[in-house]
Write a protein that binds this ligand. Sequence first.
Ligand SMILES: Cc1cc2nc3c(=O)[nH]c(=O)nc-3n(C[C@H](O)[C@H](O)[C@H](O)COP(=O)(O)O)c2cc1C
Length: 201
Amino acid sequence: MSCFEAINGRYACKLFDPKWRLSKEQVENILEYGRLSPSSFGMEPWRFVVVEDQKHKEALRQLCWNQPQITTCSHLVILLADKAAVQDPEYIEAMFGRRGLNQEATAAYIERYKEFLAKQDISCWVQKQCYIAAANMMTGASEDGIDSCPIEGFEKEKLERYLGLDTSKQEVALLIAFGKCAKKAPKKRRLPLQKLVVRWF
Ligand SMILES: Cc1cc2nc3c(=O)[nH]c(=O)nc-3n(C[C@H](O)[C@H](O)[C@H](O)COP(=O)(O)O)c2cc1C
């Protein structure tokens, strides 16, 4: 399958076949697609919670607008935005330190990062990175013949409480349900490129 086919073939599945299960390898691959994603300054501020247990899915569905994708999917991945990590001096040092730069260059890089970070809405910035990982997970899954649905329709505070998160440190960015869709792909509706692209040359 070409990358174009994987992207074009993905759609937001509204109902999964409840009997169909991803293999362990398929789950690992999806997590790898997220892990290998690019992030600003290479900070990888995403954390992935994998939910397979039906009882937890039933409870989560109540916190996600009662959406049937939650209970019919095979696996649910909750993408957490790690605000604490990106501000933690030890984590920052480790992430920049692995680049193999000399001490002076590493210190200068960290200084630039800190200046950048000081101007960010950290919650928003960290969540943006999670969406990149999410997109790669869904495209990769599509290439592997797995359907998905990104889910932003949830009650954030209640969900974070259910997960026992310390929201000063981590918050929920979005969820993705993975499985085999029980419905046919709907017609693709997208704006034409002419409406989206400006070519400055
Ligand atoms: C960040 C994000 C959150 C979304 N949240 C939901 C959701 O909670 N429930 C749902 O059914 N679809 C959700 N969608 C799916 C969109 O409605 C869908 O991607 C869009 O209508 C385009 O359709 P397609 O993905 O099938 O091509 C979400 C999509 C994105 C990117």
